[in-house]
Design a protein around this ligand. Structure first.
Ligand code: G6P
Length: 466
């Protein structure tokens, strides 16, 4: 099998980060291990200047090639264009999107640099798989350097509707860059439809069939590959963790009260302030639950140097204090709000103990926490998932209690429904969701994408056949 070259903004080099590597990192690493190859990207570290050459770490048969980013590149490319322009725009937050020429230049500069440093590492028979919004221009830059190899791109976030994308001054270049790839992967039908809309109505391209478009002189395969989780690992972890220290202590702290849980990176797309307000409405509208149920929100800090992330942190601290001050009692705290990070295994135990999983992003590419919550449940006494209809996961997990996160009364009603639901209905809903999570594992997702990518001939294969 030919080698694979994976490119992502962050690279999880084993050892240094393996303790915290998430499921996705492990899945990509496994793919690389099976065929050998390179994982290229940012080291996650900053330095006064961007490194001149990547640091190579060999963990046979995989080479990790990572670059430290200088402050200017880090600010303009990562904090700036990726996380203050594309991220809010792709999550329908035009009100938060900043359009700065300088940041756009920095974004293109880092993508060009990545292409320059990656180019000499690519061998004739390689397949290249690029991940996420940070690296959209990379394919175009590689093509400009003579890379004719099969290249796939997977977008982990939503792809915005045409009208929203048009607000980006550089939208044309961005979509043209996407069309440098041979295979484009999206999370949901919605995202693929939005992309096809752009191609048809803005780019003057052609929709050939369900998964083929022609634009900018190229033919591209664009398909939906909803990402999954390592369900059996999560399941095993939750069964083990629920018997262990942290989960036991949590259970003792609860004193037979029910627990509702939310776990999200501290990001405005996750709808955490709206969730807190909905929880407050729930306490107001359903007073019988006061003193009987607590909500635990775990929100590890993320992108802390971006002003919008600092602002949301202040908002949440204010809201949590307000809710606990208003409703709490000397022996009951309604809302536990933590920015601490927990191991996946510990979270799995917490999920299994929770009667309701609250996953209410305002917009989310997929949301793997929703799937992890389902995988972590005790099949005999499963909890209830309250899920935003604006998370990609809602397409598959339609047996959850689907909510509109902007509708605080509606979410409050769903929280109540989750708490009073009969065991029979809980089991029915859970079984339906579990079957979906099981049927679309992370490995299945990866192999589906790679099968399509590997069907594109490499330059070496083309030479051999011609
Ligand atoms: C989202 C993005 C990923 C990103 C992750 C963590 O899931 O789609 O590309 O790695 O958030 O964000 P961070 O900025 O810390 O890498």
């Amino acid at each position: 099998m030919s080698r694979l070259v994976v490119v992502s903004n962050r690279v999880a080099v084993p050892d240094a980060q393996s303790a915290t590597a998430g499921g996705l990192a492990v899945a990509l690493r496994d793919a690389l291990r099976s065929c050998g190859g390179i994982w290229f990207g940012w080291s996650g570290k900053t330095a006064p200047q961007t490194a001149d050459q990547p640091t190579m770490t060999e963990v046979e048969p995989v080479t990790y090639a990572t670059l430290d980013l200088g402050r200017k590149d880090y600010n303009e490319y990562y904090n700036g264009f990726a996380n203050r322009t594309l991220w809010p725009l792709f999550h329908y937050r035009l009100d938060l999107a900043e359009f700065s020429h300088e940041n756009h230049t920095g974004y293109l500069r880092v993508n060009t640099l990545f292409a320059e440093k990656l180019r000499p590492l690519i061998e004739d028979d390689d397949h290249i798989w690029v991940h996420d919004y940070h690296l959209i221009p990379l394919g175009r830059e590689l093509r400009a350097r003579g890379v004719a190899h099969p290249m796939g791109f997977y977008l982990h976030t939503p792809f915005p509707a045409l009208e929203v994308l048009l607000a980006l001054p550089s939208h044309a270049l961005l979509v043209e860059s996407l069309c440098s790839y041979d295979v484009l992967g999206f999370q949901t039908e919605n995202d693929l439809r939005a992309f096809r809309d752009y191609i048809q109505h803005e780019a003057g391209g052609e929709i050939v069939d369900a998964n083929t478009i022609r634009a900018y002189g190229r033919q591209i395969h664009a398909e939906v590959f909803p990402i999954g989780i390592e369900q059996d690992q999560m399941e095993g972890a939750s069964a083990r963790a629920v018997e262990q220290g942290a989960a036991r202590r949590l259970e003792r702290m609860l004193h037979n009260r029910s627990l509702m849980i939310g776990v999200d990176r501290l990001d405005y797309s996750k709808g955490i302030p709206e969730r807190f307000r909905s929880f407050e409405r729930f306490l107001e509208l359903y007073p019988a639950h006061r003193g009987q149920v607590s909500m635990m929100q775990i929100a590890p800090l993320s992108r802390s140097e971006v002003p919008e992330y600092k602002a949301i942190r202040d908002t949440l601290e204010g809201l949590a204090g307000y809710i606990n001050g208003r409703y709490g009692d000397f022996d009951w705290m309604p809302l536990h709000y933590l920015t601490k990070n927990f191991q996946r295994e510990t979270l799995a135990g917490f999920f299994r103990l929770s009667r309701v999983g609250v996953v209410t992003p305002l917009r989310d590419g997929m949301n793997l926490v929703a799937k992890e919550y389902v995988a972590s449940q005790d099949p005999d006494y499963p909890g209830v998932l309250v899920l935003s209809r604006f998370a990609g996961a809602a397409r598959e997990l339609d047996a959850a209690l689907l909510v509109n996160p902007y509708d605080h009364d509606g979410v409050a009603a769903a929280l109540n429904k989750g708490l009073v639901m009969s065991l029979e209905e809980r089991r029915e809903r859970w079984q339906s969701m579990y079957a979906k999570v099981r049927g679309n594992s992370l490995e299945y997702w990866r192999e589906r994408f790679l099968t399509v990518l590997r069907a594109v001939p490499t330059p070496m294969a083309l030479r051999a056949s011609g």
